[in-house]
Design a binder for this molecule. Structure first.
Ligand code: RNT
Ligand code: ZN
Length: 421
């Protein structure tokens, strides 16, 4: 399809939507305002640059050995540059503390400072990406027991508390330097493989640790704190200290953001239904959009019922202003740049699909009790030419339309990734 054909297809599609009272130009403008936070860790299988010889820990796993993974921060940034060129819109980058650049010097995690992220800040400024952040409480000898902030060992807790405090300050620096609040998200792996005898004390310890970490107030214009729970991990199948209920309570009581990761619940449970419930009690949410396959497997996001339902909830509920959308998956079995691009494009497509709904009409039908027509209309919408909208949006945003983005990835794979051995 050439540009003219894409525009013609858009015009015809626009009329189809107009018949239902949907303003497609408005939908495309709204989509252009939504930033996604791309997770740096898809580019190197959550390895980072500490070079301390630690395996990926914390009960998460990246499987696959597709060639060409980024080995240095420069390679990772270079790979990200390509990904951003193939994703329509302006987007953020989500960093992990593990991605510090310390110039070959060993810097303990509780001693990390903004200067260890200077190259990331420069790159972010040059490329107009705001930054988000995460302390890294895994892949480290002091996390080897499986416990960090909820450890019975006071020294271990202290170390990780100091790490999280250091990370909030780094987040604050990101926010200040880039003029956009950094969301600093705390996720810890703490839990037990087998039936615990005491579920209570580790949760009390975790609460204490979080209270200490968050004691210092930081201007929300620069840093926002978020807490992420989960149901289970590898080696923490029977008990996770930081469960959903734990953090839901903590976020409400302490006015921090709650993080909902799509892979962190029972496999038949969707976070879409949770959004309108928790938004009554928390001011802001962070989403980790991922795709679990049978478990929290962190597969690339697809244009699935699940991703569409989440996007619909955000749009229908009017929550876009209060929800930060991040991606969180790590697939090492396919081209890692393509993984970023496919997952991000699908998340945006799900949002576009939601923005194209004749929401007023659906509401009128529902309030009037006409559930038959509601069902009929919802199903008809699936057949409307949303693909033509998406193609036109990509064209307008100056990124490849359709499958053509894979040509650039293939070309980069041959030119750059092949050199990485
Ligand atoms: C783990 C959490 C967490 C991590 C990242 C790397 O289950 O989802 O968000 O994926 O911190
Ligand atoms: Zn997550």
């Amino acid at each position: 399809m050439n540009d003219q054909q894409i525009q013609q297809a858009y015009q015809i599609a626009k009329e189809r939507y107009a018949e239902l009272g949907v303003d497609t130009d408005k939908a495309l403008d709204a989509l252009a305002q939504i930033p996604l936070s791309l997770h740096c860790w898809q580019g190197d299988d959550v390895t980072g640059f500490e070079n301390a010889g630690e395996e990926l820990g914390g009960g998460i796993a990246a499987t696959g050995n597709y060639p060409g993974k980024a080995r240095t921060a420069d390679e990772l940034r270079h790979d990200l540059d390509l990904a951003y060129r193939l994703i329509p819109g302006r987007h953020r980058l989500n960093l992990h503390a593990l991605y510090a650049e310390t110039g070959g010097k060993r810097v303990e995690r509780n001693e990390l400072r903004p200067e260890h992220f200077a190259a990331w800040i420069d790159w972010a400024k040059q490329n107009d990406h705001a930054l988000d952040f995460n302390p890294t409480l895994f892949s480290h000898p002091k996390a080897a027991s499986g416990f960090t902030l909820a450890s019975y060992d006071k020294g271990i807790r202290k170390f990780w508390i100091e790490h999280c405090i250091a990370c909030r300050k780094i987040g604050e620096a990101f926010g200040r330097e880039l003029g956009s609040a950094c969301v600093t998200n705390i996720w810890i792996p703490d839990g037990l493989k087998d039936t615990p005898a005491n579920r209570r004390t580790p949760r009390e310890l975790l609460r204490q640790s979080l209270d200490t970490i968050l004691a210092e107030k930081i201007d929300p214009a620069y840093n926002l704190d978020a807490v992420e729970g989960k149901l289970f991990g590898l080696g923490s199948e029977s008990y996770v200290v930081g469960s959903h209920e734990f953090y839901l309570g903590y976020a409400i009581a302490n006015r921090v953001l709650l993080t909902l990761d799509t892979g962190h619940f029972h496999p038949t449970e969707t976070i879409a239904d949770k959004i309108s419930a928790v938004m009554l009690y928390v001011n802001e949410l962070l989403l980790h959009v991922s795709r679990g396959v049978r478990w929290d497997s962190d597969h690339v996001v697809t244009f699935s019922d699940d991703s569409q339902l989440i996007a619909q909830e955000l749009v229908r509920g009017g929550y876009l202003e209060r929800v930060h959308i991040g991606l969180d998956y790590f697939d090492a079995s396919i081209n890692r740049i393509a993984a970023w691009v496919i997952g991000a494009r699908n998340t945006l497509r799900a949002l576009l699909f939601a923005l194209l709904e004749p929401i007023e009409q659906l509401r009128v039908l529902e309030i009037g009790g006409d559930y038959t027509a509601r069902l009929a209309l919802l199903e008809e919408l699936k057949g409307l030419p949303s693909g033509a909208m998406w193609d036109f949006y990509c064209l307008r945003q100056g990124v490849p339309v359709g499958f053509a983005f894979m040509d650039l990835i293939k070309e980069y794979e041959e030119r750059e990734l092949a050199k990485r051995g």
